[in-house]
Design a protein around this ligand. Structure first.
Ligand SMILES: Nc1ncnc2c1ncn2[C@@H]1O[C@H](COP(=O)(O)OP(=O)(O)OP(=O)(O)O)[C@@H](O)[C@H]1O
Length: 264
């Protein structure tokens, strides 16, 4: 069974350490882990570290293979990362960026892998599944914020990774697309047995779609486990500084209702 094991991971920027000796229970294939926690807690830093974009100490093993210290292109064979925002000023069309991502991936078309025709078919099928086939020939610089986010998700998915890292994939999406994207991420995670890690601010979405939550606070793992075990009023008060209720709605979904900020 595919799994990602994170042990004693320390990450930072230059001389500044942000995440200190973080260890998590193994992340299993076919499951979504949501990274939650307040602003500045270290969620994006952890995701960048898993993607290999920051110098790291400690261990990140995929099926026993050590990722820390592996050259980025070797790590990118296994792991796809979607940043919070795509770079601005890219005039390529959505389809061109997907073909570019496929071409750049090891074994991608042009190298030993699939033909250019198969690559285009794969890219178009993915856009269809994401509901954005109509954007295939539109330039990235002409997309709305939400459309850019969908295009970023497509770029991460098209390479068919084993580990999928998504940094706030729903932050710019309307209500319908938030649900549609999380349902799709969940379906693909199950179908392709992905190890999926998603940074989410919306605790309701996290509770509904994640199999596990990891609550970060001040660069440390404060809690981890199933959403219903992790999301408690006491923890929300401690970590977010709010008085909150955690209740099930009439459909049985866990809802976090933040009532008031607590006095500092
Ligand atoms: N490029 C950088 N250089 C230096 N420090 C950084 C950099 N990026 C983030 N940090 C610092 O690392 C800490 C954690 O930031 P990070 O972006 O990981 O938090 P986060 O939990 O993702 O927050 P948010 O919810 O606001 O996106 C913050 O104190 C931040 O100032």
């Amino acid at each position: 069974m595919r799994r990602l094991e994170i042990q004693g991971l320390t990450l930072g920027y230059g001389r500044r350490t942000v995440l200190r000796e973080a260890s998590l229970a193994p992340l299993e294939a076919g499951a979504i882990t949501a990274l939650v926690g307040p602003n500045g807690a270290g969620k994006s830093t952890l995701l960048r570290g898993l993607a290999g974009l920051l110098p790291a100490r400690g261990s990140v093993r995929l099926d026993g293979q050590e990722m820390v210290g592996l050259p980025l292109e070797r790590r990118a064979r296994h792991i796809a990362y979607m940043p919070q925002s795509l770079p601005q000023g890219v005039a390529l069309t959505v389809l061109e960026t997907l073909l570019g991502a496929l071409k750049a991936s090891p074994g991608g078309f042009g190298a030993s892998g699939i033909s250019a025709r198969a690559a285009a078919e794969r890219a178009l099928a993915l856009l269809e599944r994401l509901g954005i086939a109509h954007l295939a020939l539109v330039g990235l610089d002409r997309l709305s914020g939400g459309q850019r986010q969908m295009a970023g998700l497509a770029q991460a998915l098209v390479r068919q990774p084993e580990v999928l890292l998504l940094d706030e994939p729903t932050s710019a999406l309307d209500l319908r697309y938030q649900l549609a994207v999380m349902q799709l991420v969940q379906a693909l995670t199950r179908e392709r047995a992905l190890v999926t890690v998603v940074v989410l601010h919306d605790l309701g979405l996290a509770a509904r779609f994640a199999d596990r939550l990891v609550m970060l606070s001040q660069g440390a793992v404060r809690a981890e486990g199933a959403p219903e075990e992790t999301l408690t009023p006491a923890l929300l008060a401690e970590v977010y500084g709010v008085s909150a209720r955690v209740e099930r709605c009439s459909l049985g979904h866990l809802q976090v209702l933040a009532d008031d900020p607590l006095p500092a």
